[in-house]
Design a protein around this ligand. Structure first.
Ligand SMILES: [Zn+2]
Ligand SMILES: [Zn+2]
Length: 195
């Protein structure tokens, strides 16, 4: 059976679709795989670095703002002699993970949004490091003493414990004092809620 010939309109649609795809590819992955790999890695690194100020903003203005109801459970639980294993605050990472999974799906399925893939990789890497530092090292949620001798981790732990005591600065996690200096002069977002 002979293959039906494409109409002129169909052919032009196909060409324009391919052009769109190649244009979007040329923006992110222009000529060689090496250039593409370098760009991919740079975008992921930039996304990782930018996640610290994004986390600062979320922690300060969302988790200690209109989302305090969930986040308060973390502050209260951490102050207990024997903290419970699960807290309402754990919904935050679940929500963030859902958003990243959605962005990954868009990045893999829409060529114009393919830049979302390295961005999501950087964001995911930050999330893993954040969970390691905050949940395992500082709050010892698995019970074991992880990274106890590291000066850098000890510095981050002291900074975060200051936040737990005051319910104020520093809101950052991996660069708490740098962001604290930048925000110097701004008023705390709320008064302490836990004693
Ligand atoms: Zn904490
Ligand atoms: Zn907090």
């Amino acid at each position: 059976m002979p293959t039906p010939k494409k109409t002129h309109a169909q052919t032009s649609d196909t060409i324009s679709h391919l052009t769109d795809m190649s244009m979007s590819t040329s923006v992110f992955c222009p000529t060689t795989t090496t250039v593409c790999a370098v760009r991919f890695t740079l975008v992921a690194i930039v996304a990782f670095v930018l996640m610290e100020p994004v986390t600062y903003a979320l922690h300060r203005w969302v988790m200690h703002g209109f989302g305090l109801r969930l986040h308060r459970s973390h502050h209260l639980n951490a102050a207990r002699v024997e903290p419970s294993r699960v807290e309402l605050n754990d919904l935050y990472p679940v929500i963030f993970a859902g958003a990243v999974i959605g962005a990954f799906a868009l990045g893999f399925n829409a060529s114009q949004l393919s830049i979302l893939v390295p961005i999501c990789i950087g964001v995911t890497a930050y999330g893993v490091v954040y969970a390691f530092v905050h949940d395992l090292v500082i709050h010892r949620r698995l019970g074991s003493r992880v990274g106890g001798r590291s000066r850098a981790l000890g510095h981050l732990a002291r900074a975060h414990k200051t936040h737990h005591v005051t319910n104020g600065e520093p809101y950052g996690m991996l660069a708490p004092y740098a962001l604290r200096a930048i925000s110097k002069g701004l008023r705390p977002s709320h008064r302490p809620t836990a004693s």
